[in-house]
Design a protein around this ligand. Structure first.
Ligand code: GLU
Length: 374
């Protein structure tokens, strides 16, 4: 795969937001910008994707409150600024997400939380539980206790670590540049924009040297490092310009950005696994329209299901059968057989009223599905 994927292809997305996007030194938080970004995130969330945020801005917000002079801060000063700013940062996210009835959960990580196996497993379990509860984890480095030697230091790499820890399939770095160029675009008129990086070669790494333009800690170099961490962990990465409002909608609408693809596409190996090695526990029967929708790349919605067969649990493999009973594919079903029977043929909007809880809009998400001949 060397063409650019689409945002809606991904089921677990980590979005990293840089300080300069979220905080104006003179005026403080850019709430209008944040509200627009959260509108974008809420759209992905509503289709069933898990959303995680890695947000910088604690130090920048804190130094605005403290009125600290411009220029580099000493470690203790930045820690004090982070202690003050992190409260506002968490509140900004919680308020913006609550506008969409999405709960936010604050997670502050130190380097050892992800480097020590036991703590890594613990952090992963907590973040995993938040996602299961359909909350959005809002993550930052725990700057107040990090020391200069033992810290991530930049949120690009922290975000990549989080993405691989949580098995995300996409990491989005919102930056103040469009993406990667062959040379610094400000100084080189021949600089060419690179929309897709299938593999991070030495040549790509060399490009990172000069193309940074950010004021915050992470330049293009940390972004390429993040891309290496993410893609080898099976997670694609996207660098997009966050300076505009609704930056994700802009990407979906075709604005230029740089995609870093994974050599080992986890969706593909997962699909192989679903297609090849599982004994289906039952079947969902579809109408012809639903079969067509699946073949055009859509998820299976309850509306297209005519009948449920077998006794399966949520997450079990089931056969997907067309109107004539032929097996169209296989997938991991998001409901148990009893609930699937209740919502079969019904609109996803009615799921909550029928079942008494708001489950996934899809009966089988396309990422959890392998179609014959795919
Ligand atoms: N953790 C820092 C903060 O919240 C930002 C680090 C970065 O921008 O990479 O202020």
């Amino acid at each position: 795969m060397t063409s650019a994927p689409h945002l809606h292809d991904f089921r677990r997305i980590v979005v990293k937001v840089g300080s300069s996007l979220l905080v104006d030194r003179a005026k403080g938080a850019k709430t209008e910008w944040l509200a627009a970004l959260v509108d974008d995130l809420a759209r992905e969330y509503a289709r069933g994707a898990d959303i995680l945020v890695v947000s910088s801005g604690a130090i920048a917000l804190g130094r605005t409150v403290l009125n600290l002079p411009a220029g580099a801060l000493k470690l203790e000063e930045s820690q004090a600024a982070a202690a003050i700013g992190q409260i506002s940062l968490a509140r900004l996210w919680a308020e913006a997400l609550s506008g969409h009835s999405v709960p936010a959960g604050q997670i502050l990580l130190t380097l050892s939380d992800t480097e020590e196996r036991r703590r890594y497993l613990n952090a992963r379990a907590t973040v995993g539980k938040l996602l299961e509860l359909r909350a959005v984890p809002v993550i930052n480095e725990n700057d107040t206790v990090a020391t200069s030697e033992i810290r991530y230091g930049d949120n690009d790499r922290l975000a990549a670590r989080v993405a691989t820890m949580m098995g995300a399939d996409l990491l989005v770095l919102l930056s103040d540049i469009d993406g990667l160029f062959t040379a610094p675009p400000q100084s080189d008129p021949n600089a060419v924009f690179i929309p897709v990086v299938p593999r991070i070669t030495a040549e790509i790494e060399a490009m990172a040297g000069g193309a940074a333009s950010e004021l915050s800690r992470g330049g293009m170099r940390t972004k390429i490092e993040a891309a290496k961490m993410a893609t080898t962990g099976g997670c694609a990465m996207l660098i997009a310009n966050g300076k505009r409002l609704n930056p994700l909608a802009a990407v979906a609408g075709g604005e230029r950005c740089t995609w870093f693809l994974t050599p080992s596409n986890p969706v593909t190996s997962r699909k192989k696994w679903i297609a090849g090695s599982l004994e289906p526990r039952g079947a969902v029967h579809l109408d012809a329209g639903a079969v067509r929708a699946l073949r055009s790349g859509k998820s299976l919605l309850p509306a297209g299901v005519t009948r449920i067969e077998g006794a399966f649990e949520r997450g079990d493999a089931v056969a997907i059968r067309g109107p004539g009973g032929d097996e169209v594919g296989r997938g991991l079903v998001a409901y148990d057989a009893a609930d699937a029977t209740l919502i079969a043929g019904r609109s996803s909007r009615d799921i909550e009223a029928i079942l008494g809880y708001s489950g996934r809009a899809e009966m089988i998400h396309r990422d959890d599905m392998a179609l014959a001949g795919e």
